[in-house]
Design a protein around this ligand. Sequence first.
Ligand code: HEM
Length: 277
Amino acid sequence: MSKLTPPLPKFLRPAPPRPSEKERSSDNGEPNGKPGRADKLRESAGEGGAQVVGWLDERTGASPFLRGALYRKVPKGTNWFYTLGSATMFAFVSQAVTGVFLAMYYNPDATRAYESASHITNEVFLGELVRGMHKWGSTVMIVLLFLHMARTFVFGAYKYPRELNWVIGVVLLVLTLAMGLTGYLLPFDQRSYWATIVAVNLNASAPLIGPFLADFLRGGGEFSATTITRFYALHMLLIPGLIAALIGAHLYLVAKLGTTAPPWLRAEKKELTKEEI
Ligand code: HEM
């Protein structure tokens, strides 16, 4: 071993073979200490995974990209508050997965929507659990989103050169709230119906674009059977598609620019020596 290589810490050193393992080697007809047939098989099974990765890498050239994304330097002082963005992303993935299962049973027809939603809760296997996860998950995602936003604001992470990521974040916030609005109508019970009428009327009161926005949401001048199919299409396809694409852009910028150090550490300015200048 060269002098420069530090010795491996104790917990990383390979454990000495157990007596039973030595016996196994000699069982395979090899003298003690030398690898037997079983050892070689075990070794090549371990290499199998590396070979598959190598095969994929040779054809896709993905490893520099993955290395850049996974092996990033994080600033000193990185703490639990930095996990809020990933927690929000996990909440989004959970919403997408539970949403796919709900879509297998839900019917967005104005005459069938309420019935299909109650069918999910009362008759479908684990339906109540999945519907509950989706319903409470939406609140959890919005709470996490606000906490993540507060973290980036308090840590000053919105400043140069991360302004664009902040703007993408604001669009993500609006889209996530729009998911909540469009999803609320889907159970099509009295509460969701009247609450959505109030929400659309609020949108209608916005200056200039308000009436157009309300017409777009209702699918016409009045609430009708088209409204629920429109909300369903927005909730299922358009908004989650946009959110997924924007999360991709958001994470690309995080990987490219790195995360911001906590402000109390950035404040510590190191005096440079003459040589360093
Ligand atoms: C679906 C919503 C969102 C997801 C999944 C998400 C995800 C993430 C992740 C994983 C990170 C890196 C780790 C971290 O700092 O927590 C991050 C960083 C960041 N996010 Fe978000 N985010 C979302 C919404 C937002 C919102 C609403 C804002 C602000 C309006 C925002 C602004 C930022 C900024 C400025 C950074 C860089 C932080 C730094 O440099 O330290 N994000 N985001």
